[in-house]
Design a protein around this ligand. Structure first.
Ligand SMILES: *[C@@H]1O[C@H](CO)[C@@H](O)[C@H](O)[C@H]1NC(C)=O
Ligand SMILES: *[C@@H]1O[C@H](CO)[C@@H](O)[C@H](O)[C@H]1NC(C)=O
Ligand SMILES: *[C@@H]1O[C@H](CO)[C@@H](O)[C@H](O)[C@H]1NC(C)=O
Ligand SMILES: *[C@@H]1O[C@H](CO)[C@@H](O)[C@H](O)[C@H]1NC(C)=O
Ligand SMILES: *[C@@H]1O[C@H](CO)[C@@H](O)[C@H](O)[C@H]1NC(C)=O
Ligand SMILES: *[C@@H]1O[C@H](CO)[C@@H](O)[C@H](O)[C@H]1NC(C)=O
Ligand SMILES: *[C@@H]1O[C@H](CO)[C@@H](O)[C@H](O)[C@H]1NC(C)=O
Ligand SMILES: [Cu+2]
Length: 566
């Protein structure tokens, strides 16, 4: 009998070690088939890469605490990886889907099973391709409902609606990227921005416009996702206001606003209360691009949708009310908006003590033009995206594999600079030396290290910019944010250690700074990068190697047998 109990305990222990954090909740399975499909946008037919022929891609709906198993099968001619943006992947770094960081790409005809659990998040995240520019059409919502029986911290909405903001090119974006990297210049502009895959403005047919049909006196939960490659947005609906309840799948202190500022990689849930009485107009919803720098060339078209109240008679064609949109360059507005996003809890678990401090300068850089080539970047050189003067180059095999199998030699080094190599006045450096180095240099962190990173935007080459930085494997606390140069003496005194927002993506004002903190308690290799696709393509990326801890569930587990090979 004693033997039996011991056996049972052994089984429980084995199960615990095999699936830490995956004990409760249901298992949800999804199949993602990567395949081509023709769609019609801006009066033209285009063959695009999709998941299951859907665009935007299928919605993954789970509950907090669930185990999620997604099988990705690649029938397209491109190498693909799928990243579950914002999912922490605690104990499952092999499922993060970051090309050449956590895995080699899923090649044509191959399949890969992603097995992970969803914890500490309720709200909206999204999945997207994490290789080249394929995420332009490979993206879709991840909806995380509360655990069974747990209510929302607000009255249950009558309906929930995902609103995915995207970006559309008439041309083939893989070719746009290839040409951009080859010539070292800036990419051609997109032709339109989109709401749920639709550009809104077009002469062809009104099928190009997203329509949200509502009823009076109801509450709708809008799940906003900025999946655009290279643009921040201001989002508004004429004559309506929102209550912001969540950001990056974590509840926030609720606040009212008539405009939402959202950067690539960010998600937010807002409540929309419709009018009590049936109105005599319809209402335009507008996502207006908000360029990441005042000197950035961008596609200035807004994307529109229509909020339409169900009418008792079909025949009435109602006039359309337009919202007053902020100026393209209203950085004050986005700064104030970002500062309003706060943790629900006034005793947020933000690290009070910092073990390791980092200052990362980020901005436009240059690399030499190869001989016998004409380059189209500034000064006839090639554009680059340095962090502390290093532009990231992805290796030939995945960094996580190299780390796990002790084969980092020749793949990466762990000497990524903790501070910029020379002091430059980062907000006043128009002609500063913009030549940058290239490399695959990482920072190694002991398990449980408490980390602070100040990310300082620069204005090298007259381009003050705002970079939405995204961290894989972690949420971080946004403890400070400001214009100009970070002051290491004065600014930390004003840090918010009471109720800072906890999120996975945050930007800084153009040529300003943002300070974040996190505790490195998730072993693996985790990319941190600008979520503007053009910047990450130029190398505005780095990675953290978080070492194993002492405990049994603080160690990396071996890769799954079907992990794609290079
Ligand atoms: C739509 O039509 C107008 C007027 O005919 C034209 O000027 C405009 O370029 C067209 N826009 C698109 C996106 O085709
Ligand atoms: C968007 O703007 C570009 C110019 O930047 C223009 O060529 C294009 O036709 C516009 N698209 C629409 C849908 O109006
Ligand atoms: C890598 O090295 C560590 C420390 O020397 C060792 O414990 C571990 O077993 C090695 N891993 C592999 C896969 O060889
Ligand atoms: C950096 O340049 C700005 C703008 O010219 C100036 O206000 C500031 O004092 C400079 N800071 C330092 C540390 O030199
Ligand atoms: C960056 O590195 C390049 C190449 O080594 C060097 O020429 C340049 O001075 C460095 N720039 C800064 C700001 O450290
Ligand atoms: C992590 O470090 C903190 C102190 O900074 C300590 O209280 C905690 O026990 C550590 N946790 C683990 C799992 O080592
Ligand atoms: C796809 O990935 C494999 C493995 O990394 C690589 O050898 C191959 O060149 C890639 N193909 C393309 C078209 O990039
Ligand atoms: Cu950037």
């Amino acid at each position: 009998m004693g033997f039996g109990i011991a056996n049972g305990m052994l089984l429980v222990m084995i199960m615990f070690f095999m699936f830490p954090g995956q004990a409760m909740g249901s298992t949800r399975r999804f199949n993602f088939e990567i395949k081509m499909r023709k769609v019609n946008r801006l009066c033209e037919e285009k063959n695009i890469v999709t998941v299951n022929g859907q665009f935007p891609g299928p919605q993954i709906t789970v509950r907090e605490g669930d185990r999620v198993i997604v099988t990705v099968i690649n029938h397209a001619k491109y190498n693909v990886t799928i990243h579950w943006h914002g999912i922490r992947q605690v104990g499952s770094p092999w499922a993060d889907g970051t090309a050449y960081v956590t895995q080699c790409p899923i090649q044509t005809g191959q399949k890969y099973v992603h097995d992970f659990s969803v914890s500490d998040h309720t709200g909206t995240l999204f999945w997207h391709a994490h290789i080249t520019w394929l995420r332009v059409t490979l993206y879709g919502p991840i909806i995380i409902l509360p655990k069974k029986g747990v209510p929302y911290p607000f009255p249950k909405p009558d309906r929930e609606v995902p609103i995915l903001l995207g970006e559309w090119w008439k041309s083939d974006t893989e070719e746009v990227l290839e040409k951009t990297l080859q010539t070292g210049g800036v990419p051609e502009r997109s032709d339109a921005y989109t709401i749920n895959g639709l550009p809104g403005i077009s002469n062809c047919s009104n099928k190009d416009t997203y329509k949200l049909k509502v009823e009076p006196g109801k509450t709708y939960l809008l799940r906003l996702i900025n999946a655009a490659l290279n643009s921040d947005f201001f989002f508004k609906i004429a004559d309506h206001t929102f209550t912001v309840v969540e950001a990056d799948a974590i509840y926030v202190k609720q606040f009212e606003t008539d405009v939402i500022a959202i950067s690539p990689g960010q998600t937010t849930n807002v409540l929309l209360k419709t009018k009590q009485n049936l109105p005599t107009t319809s209402f335009l919803m507008v996502a207006k691009p908000h360029p990441f720098g005042p000197s950035i060339e961008f596609n200035g078209n807004s994307t529109i949708g229509i909020l339409e109240y169900s009418q008792p008679t079909k025949s009435r064609k109602l006039p359309l009310l337009e919202p007053n949109m902020p100026d393209y360059f209203d950085y004050e507005l986005s700064h104030n908006y970002c500062s309003k996003v706060r943790s629900v809890d006034n005793q947020a678990n933000v690290p009070k003590k910092v073990d390791r401090h980092f200052l990362f300068t980020v901005g436009l850089g240059l690399t030499e033009c190869p001989k016998n080539q004409v380059c189209q970047g500034p000064g006839g050189m090639k554009a680059a995206g340095p962090i502390n003067n290093v532009s990231f180059e992805h290796p030939e095999i995945a960094l996580l594999q190299a780390h796990f199998f002790n084969k980092s030699k020749g793949v990466y080094t762990t000497d990524f600079p903790e501070f910029p190599p020379v002091y430059i006045n980062d907000t006043n450096n128009p002609l500063g030396n913009a030549i940058t180095t290239k490399g695959t240099r990482l920072v190694e962190l002991e398990y449980n290290t408490s980390v602070q990173v100040v990310i300082q935007g620069t204005s090298t080459l007259h381009t003050p910019e705002s970079h939405p930085f995204h961290l894989h494997g972690y949420d971080f606390y946004v403890v400070g944010r400001g214009n100009g140069n970070f002051d290491p003496v004065k600014d930390p005194q004003l840090f918010n250690l009471v109720d800072p927002a906890k999120r996975n993506t945050v930007n800084m004002p153009p040529a300003g700074w943002v300070a974040i903190r996190f505790v490195a308690d998730n072993p693996g290799v985790w990319l941190m990068h600008c979520h503007l696709e053009i910047h990450s393509s130029w190398g505005m990326e780095m990675a953290w190697v978080v070492k194993d801890g002492e405990g049994q569930n603080q160690k990396l587990r071996p890769p799954p047998p079907d992990l794609p090979k290079c």
